[in-house]
Design a protein around this ligand. Sequence first.
Ligand code: SF4
Length: 116
Amino acid sequence: MTTYSLARLVLDGSLPEKVVLDYLVRLKTPKSVTVDATPDREHFSELFARIEAAHVAMTKGVFIPAPLDAWWCSAKWCGYHATCRYARKPMTVSMTGAELQNEVKTTLVQIQQKAN
Ligand code: SF4
């Protein structure tokens, strides 16, 4: 919302009184949620610091992968998923119940040994 406020300031010469995001939430019974904020010039310094950090990272070739639990880190949402070395790629493991039980036992023993 700070970025929108800044864009409005740059384009129109004044801050908007309020910035608003409207979300449509897909539920059994869909609903809309509105989140609003009052723009504050003090937030611009945080935004500029983030933009500067991103610029420095990009010019130095630094790439920070998405967090492991990022919903957007998937073939459906990220255009780089097929070639990205950080992409989470689902694996299918096939094993019998006995093999699984044995694997769990082995892992638990290893964890216990590391803890001691
Ligand atoms: S696949 Fe790579 S580029 Fe895409 S979101 Fe995940 S980490 Fe980022």
